[in-house]
Design a protein around this ligand. Structure first.
Ligand code: CTP
Length: 400
């Protein structure tokens, strides 16, 4: 459920308009009050009835449309909106907004808006690169508008280049970032590590574990949505980096350690959700290891314990949170790690438990501090991430 509820979409005349009903529907499903306004040219591509059916709200094209009860729509809608997105935004509407023209429902409403406004330009590359359009976009940036960079690709006119409106899920991510959460982590720097490390044996093989990275990515995304400046250092996963997160991809435990060492001192909260290899091959063969008839043994050596290092070198006021993945004696083992690694918080789970294993979208965590033990029920990893962040923020405020 989103923290802010009222979103206003402005649709202008461009072929990408046909993708906006999908976005409106995604937002409506999150419980948002979605209002849509269109230019008459947008109605050449998509009908207002589509938006009305999807949002349950009237879709406006005419500024002077009379409704019962009577309403000055462009003022009422501007006052109500928590956020506005103009997508697709034509060169024409961009030019009008940048120059204070208010001659239709969208431009009139925007002049009266005081909430964040996102503009998603969509047009042919030549039009997009035209210095007049670029100057207008710069002017909008100067006035605090958020300009969503168009994607490059195959355009409707047959050309290839930049000017393509991002897909609805990408636009959704911008609105989610703006509206989903209260910004209670604003001003805080959060470092998250996620995913499995890989320890090379030879040029074709490696040792790793089953971690999908989902829990760590959920933590990084949730912290970003809550306003934190997030750095995500990730092992190899199949997941896309969340929007607005500083992302570094690493392979081995050693690489993760090096990356963490570069940035840990600037962090306020560090959450180590990565499943780091405890052992790595003593030697990495330069050539592929060929099979033989007898057995093969591989000598392994210990890797550095990154979290333990952080516990020993932390700066004052910093909150350190680890994860403890167990198959037996969960609480006892987790408490030992909390002490041994000098942590403020450890999130323990038993991977043998239903819904808490690798790759699931759910988890069952117990949050352990020196003083407290909180058993959380089975929940979505996104929800679980927010619970870990709540606990970390509580500890941070107590310490600082
Ligand atoms: N961790 C780490 N560096 C390592 C190993 C673990 O930073 N070389 C961190 C993990 O990211 C996690 C916590 O330590 O936050 C606990 O990891 P876990 O694998 O559960 O425990 P270990 O300390 O490795 O101990 P064991 O494998 O014996 O359970």
């Amino acid at each position: 459920m989103f923290y802010k509820k009222n979103i206003l979409l402005g649709v202008t005349g461009g072929i990408a308009a046909y993708k906006i009903p999908n976005l409106a529907s995604m937002l409506k499903k999150q419980g948002l009050n979605v209002r849509v306004m269109m230019t008459p040219h947008a109605a050449e591509f998509i009908t207002p009835a589509t938006f009305e059916a999807l949002t349950g709200n009237r879709c406006l094209i005419d500024t002077f449309e009379r409704t019962q009860p009577p309403e000055i729509h462009h003022i009422a809608w501007a006052k109500e909106a928590d956020c506005v997105l103009i997508a697709p935004a034509s060169a024409d509407i961009i030019g009008k907004i940048a120059n204070g023209i208010a001659d239709d429902i969208i431009t009139s409403t925007l002049l009266a808006c005081q909430c964040p406004i996102y503009i998603s330009p969509a047009m042919n590359t030549r039009m997009f690169e035209n210095p007049i359009v670029q100057d207008n976009l710069d002017k909008l940036r100067h006035y605090g508008y958020h300009i969503i960079t168009p994607n490059a690709g195959h355009l409707a006119c047959g050309d290839t280049g930049s000017g393509k409106m991002p897909e609805p899920d990408e636009l959704y991510a911008y609105l989610e970032q703006e509206m989903a959460c209260e910004k209670d982590f604003k001003g805080l720097k959060v470092l998250v590590t996620a995913g499995a490390t890989q320890e090379a044996l030879d040029p074709v093989r490696y040792l790793t574990n089953h971690s999908s990275g989902k829990m760590g990515y959920a933590l990084a995304k949730a912290a970003a949505l809550r306003g934190a400046e997030v750095t995500l250092i990730s092992g190899q996963t199949n997941l896309a980096a969340p929007l607005g997160v500083r992302f570094t991809s690493v392979v081995s435990a050693q690489e993760m350690f090096e990356e963490v060492k570069k940035s840990y001192q600037q962090q306020d909260v560090i959450i180590k959700a990565a499943a780091v290899a405890d052992y790595t091959p003593v030697t990495v063969s330069g050539e592929k290891i060929k099979k033989a008839d007898d057995e093969l043994s591989i000598d392994l050596k210990r890797t550095d314990d990154i979290l333990k290092y952080l516990g020993e070198h932390r700066k004052n006021g910093q909150i350190l949170c680890g994860f403890s993945m167990e198959t037996e004696h969960m609480l006892e083992n987790a408490r030992t790690k909390l002490k041994k690694k000098h942590l403020d918080l450890i999130a323990a789970n038993n991977v043998k438990m239903e819904g808490a294993g690798f790759g699931h979208d759910t988890n069952v965590l117990t949050l352990i501090t020196e003083m407290q033990e909180t058993k959380l029920p089975l929940m979505d990893k996104v929800e679980a991430a927010h619970c870990v962040l709540d606990a970390a923020l509580h500890l941070y405020r107590k310490k600082n």
